[in-house]
Write a protein that binds this ligand. Structure first.
Ligand code: PMV
Length: 368
């Protein structure tokens, strides 16, 4: 699939050397993306909260080179060379070369760091790929005779749409990390301008209850996942329950539109927890089947349910493709819920490790 709108006509300026930098956050899906078609097209639409604290900061240094037949780059994480990151970036570059045809004209040094520990079990692909996509867009901006994104709305929306489009080709959920605070990715009948190609800002009214929502991430298992999300997505092909699941995601997004408008916390909790368990249900009913939750994941879920019943507070959970638990709650309930987390849940975390995060508003360009 070729998307003409994102292929630049020609580059009119030359830059021999320079650098750009962006920080981009992680995001947590409320309605999950699980299953994809060719070219990173999602099998169903998804919706997420952009996070604030968990982010990747990337500096992209570029220098023009003579030989333009191959990609050339080095990657550093926290100052240390990471050759094991190279295959993923090479694949990313191959997928996006048509849209950013300057890639082979430069040698790149990609210097990256995460605000969260690399071995925390928190996927850095969403924040990492979106930060890199934004850096490439900033370089492209320097090569074009076009209005810079900072100068008008049309230029800005093209910049972000294309950056999200590129990020999606690196890692699907990365396309939801560039802006905030609620993002929809995937064509959905009720969401204006939604598309499979990039993430869009949620366009409707959001009740005060959902402003500054909190996400405390409980790090239950910091190890490498036994099954990658690439393989997990693949197992949705020919999955017995796939078509029903994809329909459910569409329905849940429609329901969330009403929920966000009314501020209905109970309905929000029911949809979001069901989405999390459905995601893991899909994993458990794939062939071959697999389980990413750990005993402590289930212990935490049961504790959350009991606490919610005892107190009437609006604590809930969601999961991504791993054992860690994202504890979600409205900001005005923070004090009591954080006390509960510290007293009752932290014991289930590996080395007592957890991260307090909240809804954020997207990526930021950094001065060099
Ligand atoms: O972006 P990927 O290919 O790593 O897939 C992410 C899938 C989930 O995190 C499980 C759900 C989602 O929508 O983020």
């Amino acid at each position: 699939m070729i998307v003409e709108a994102f292929i630049p006509k020609s580059y009119t300026k030359h830059r021999s050397k320079g650098s750009v930098s962006w920080s981009s956050p992680s995001n947590i899906a409320l309605v999950k993306y699980w299953g994809k078609k060719e070219h990173q097209i999602p099998a169903n639409p998804s919706m997420s909260f952009t996070l604030d604290y968990c982010k990747t900061t990337t500096i992209l240094e570029f220098e023009a080179k003579e030989n333009t037949t191959a990609f050339s780059f080095d990657v550093f994480l926290d100052g240390a060379q990471k050759d094991d990151f190279k295959p993923k970036i090479e694949t990313f570059f191959k997928r996006i070369e048509l849209y950013v045809p300057f890639l082979k004209n430069y040698h790149f040094v990609i210097k990256t760091k995460n605000s969260f520990p690399h071995s925390s079990g928190i996927a850095s692909s969403a924040s990492g790929m979106s930060a890199l996509a934004l850096c490439l867009m900033s370089l492209e901006e320097q090569l074009l005779d076009a209005t810079p994104q900072s100068e008008n709305d049309a230029a800005q929306s093209y910049f972000y749409r294309k950056a999200s489009f590129l990020a999606r080709l690196g890692s699907g959920s990365a396309c939801r990390s560039l802006e905030g605070d609620i993002i929809v990715w995937g064509d959905h009948k009720d969401i204006t301008n939604s598309t499979d190609l990039f993430g869009v800002k949620y366009p409707f009214e959001v009740h005060e209850n959902f402003k500054n929502y909190q996400d405390t991430i409980l790090l239950v298992d910091k190890g490498e996942k036994q099954v990658s999300s690439t393989l997990g997505h693949d197992l949705m092909h020919n999955h017995t329950y796939a078509s029903q699941r994809f329909r459910q995601a569409h329905d849940n997004i429609s329901k969330l539109v009403e929920v966000f408008k009314k501020g209905d916390l109970e309905a929000f909790i029911a949809i979001v927890e069901s989405e999390a368990l459905t995601l893991h249900g899909m994993m458990m009913t794939s062939m071959p089947y697999f389980i990413l939750m750990k005993p402590n994941t289930l212990a935490i879920i049961n504790k959350i349910w009991q606490f919610r019943e005892d107190t009437g507070l609006h604590i809930s959970f969601t999961l991504d493709a791993g054992a860690n638990v994202h504890v979600l709650y409205p900001k005005n309930e923070t004090e009591k819920i954080l006390d509960f987390i510290k007293a009752e849940l932290v014991a289930y975390c590996q080395n007592g490790h957890y991260i307090c995060d909240e809804i954020g508003f997207g990526a930021k360009q950094l001065p060099i």
